[in-house]
Design a protein around this ligand. Structure first.
Ligand SMILES: [Zn+2]
Length: 571
């Protein structure tokens, strides 16, 4: 027998489990519960304050809500792992798109990590309407103050602070003796730091989320105590990260249920799940957490993130939606924006979406085997559980041509999520005309590539002015390049083992740089031989790594632009 206080709960009668809810009236009350397993639910014996006794099945969810809040961390956890940093312009464009997707919370960044990140969070907090804007901090006073400043203009600010809770994290990251000499000593110290951080954050904002880092590997009792303490200190959301992607669904679900059953004040906070994909289980673990009472889910678009990545939000949301029969839950997300958001993230971070990726891959709705196609044509439900249009794949494509005017271009760019100043629009329009002249039809993908190419996130100290390359099956590849280096024209030539090698050697010579080319990718932006090619390079000088990107109907020119773009970000 356990004793608990219920503030407000819904109860389902065992004899009519599917009929509806039976609500207790006089609240709060003390009830005694005896538990016995029945499928997914628990039998409970209630002795209400009016001495009526009733046997009930406990409904999943401490709070009687069926809405799952969606917390997007593409700009923080996702970007952190992409091997490149987005400029604040790209971040705002992406945040605007996330707002159209109607996520509930955008984690905009980690303001204390760099002045650029602080600036990006500040701008997003100021400009993006709709979602709660969240900023990350360690349990460190300066971090929290920096979050408070960056979020000052947000309509709905949230600070996300926390500390490691697993023995491995406590002994590893807090090895220093100032955190205590023994594991027990350190645990007590970290608890105090966590409580202090939450209180400090509550002084800045009314909405404070606490993360218990590496909760997936933590000792449950310590985790429960920590959560109780931070909720008492004012945390409104408690995030239970499986930081290392170590847990499996049944176990992670049990952990969430254990929190609900053992943290006495848990009804005052929302439980959030944050899973990593090291064993390919991030989405499954997140759904198990939701099934067991979590009411906020964290993840990234396309599942990008540290190592193997975070849980893919599009998969979780479509899981909840497609299997509403099973979960009985919903989100406020607008799924028809998934495709567009997915491509924007892929483009910006230079991380293409695999064709077979669930929900947003280009083959996610393609049927190829004869039997499947035959069945699909007779009744699409035979092999299709979601409709492509539900996640934003559209059959018809908007085509722009050289006859499209400036206003038409601007309106199309706005539909794609890009808002340009008048001067930027002028630059884009000239470039658009040049491309439309070469390839007749300009599609959305072309426009996205042109925006990235024409409106780079950093100041361009280097500019490609002219390029001539010569190669063939019997010729020695040669390139002549003219660059504008800080306003001065420089010209040089080089040979190489191919035209791209020759161009890169010529640029390296002109700029006296020795960047290491870590990765070179080329993709056709659309189909057809006349398509634009987009080149993405990853460069390294010393311990700095950057991504560079260039687009052109000429792939040698696109290659040169990508290299120059990368150098601009490095120098
Ligand atoms: Zn994470």
């Amino acid at each position: 027998m356990t004793e608990r206080t219920f503030f407000e709960s819904s109860w389902r009668t065992p004899t009519q489990p599917d009929v509806g809810f039976w609500k207790c009236h006089s609240i709060p009350r003390v009830v005694f519960i005896s538990e016995s397993p029945l499928r997914y639910a628990k039998w409970t014996q209630l002795f209400c304050s009016d001495n009526r006794s009733k046997t009930c099945i406990e409904d999943a969810g401490m709070k009687a809500t069926s809405k799952i809040a969606v917390f997007d961390t593409t700009l923080r956890d996702g970007e952190q792992a992409a091997g490149t940093r987005l400029g604040s312009r790209d971040k705002i464009t992406l945040a605007r798109q996330l707002a159209r997707l109607k996520v509930d919370i955008i984690e905009a960044g980690f303001p204390a990590s760099s002045p650029e990140d602080f600036d990006a969070v500040r701008k997003i907090a100021q400009e993006i309407e709709g979602p709660t804007i969240c900023a990350l901090s360690r349990a460190v006073a300066a971090d929290i103050e920096s979050c408070g400043k960056a979020l000052a203009k947000a309509a709905r600010p949230r600070i996300h602070t926390g500390i490691g809770v697993s023995d491995i994290h406590i002994m590893g990251k807090f090895r220093d003796e100032r955190y205590g000499k023994t594991l027990e000593g350190k645990k007590a110290k970290l608890m105090a730091l966590a409580v202090d951080a939450v209180k400090r954050a509550r002084n800045c904002v009314g909405d404070v989320q606490f993360y218990a880092e590496d909760a997936g590997r933590a000792a449950p009792l310590y985790l429960f105590e920590m959560l109780e303490a931070v909720i008492d200190a004012g945390a409104t959301v408690v995030n239970i990260p499986d930081t290392t992607g170590y847990t499996v669904p049944e176990q992670y679900g049990e952990l969430i249920r254990g929190i609900r059953d053992n943290v006495p004040n848990i009804a005052r906070a929302t439980i959030s799940v944050h899973c990593h994909d090291d064993l390919g289980l991030a989405v499954a673990n997140s759904l198990a957490g939701i099934r067991n009472g979590a009411r906020q889910v964290e993840g990234t678009i396309n599942g990008i993130g540290e190592r193997a990545g975070n849980a893919a939000l599009e998969e979780i949301v479509m899981g909840i939606r497609t299997r509403a029969d099973y979960y009985g839950l919903s989100t406020g997300v607008e799924p028809r924006e998934f495709f567009r958001t997915s491509r924007m993230v892929a483009d910006m971070l230079g991380m293409p979406v695999p064709a077979n990726k669930a929900v947003v891959g280009s083959n996610a709705f393609a049927h190829s085997s004869g039997i499947h196609v035959d069945g699909f044509l007779k009744d699409r439900r035979t092999y299709e559980i979601m409709r492509p249009a539900d996640v934003g794949f559209t059959g018809s494509r908007v085509v722009l041509t050289a006859r499209t005017g400036r206003a038409g271009l601007r309106s199309r760019l706005e539909k794609l999520g890009y808002e340009l100043s008048k001067q930027e629009l002028d630059t884009m329009y000239q470039r658009f005309l040049a491309v439309a002249d070469k390839k007749q039809e300009v599609l959305d993908e072309d426009l996205a590539a042109l925006v990235h190419d024409e409106l780079p996130p950093v100041e361009q100290n280097l500019k490609l002015e002219y390029l001539h390359s010569y190669s063939g099956t019997t010729a020695i590849p040669t390139a002549t390049v003219r660059l504008l280096v800080n306003g001065k024209t420089k010209e040089g030539a080089s040979i190489g083992d191919g035209p791209v090698d020759a161009v890169y050697k010529a640029i390296a010579k002109l700029t006296a740089t020795h960047a290491k080319l870590l990765r070179y990718d080329i993709r056709a932006v659309t189909e057809g031989t006349e398509a634009m090619g987009e080149v993405t390079v990853h460069l390294e000088i010393g311990n700095r790594r950057v991504m560079g990107r260039g687009a052109s109907t000429d792939i040698i020119e696109a290659s040169a632009k990508a290299y120059v773009d990368g150098l601009n970000r490095l120098l």
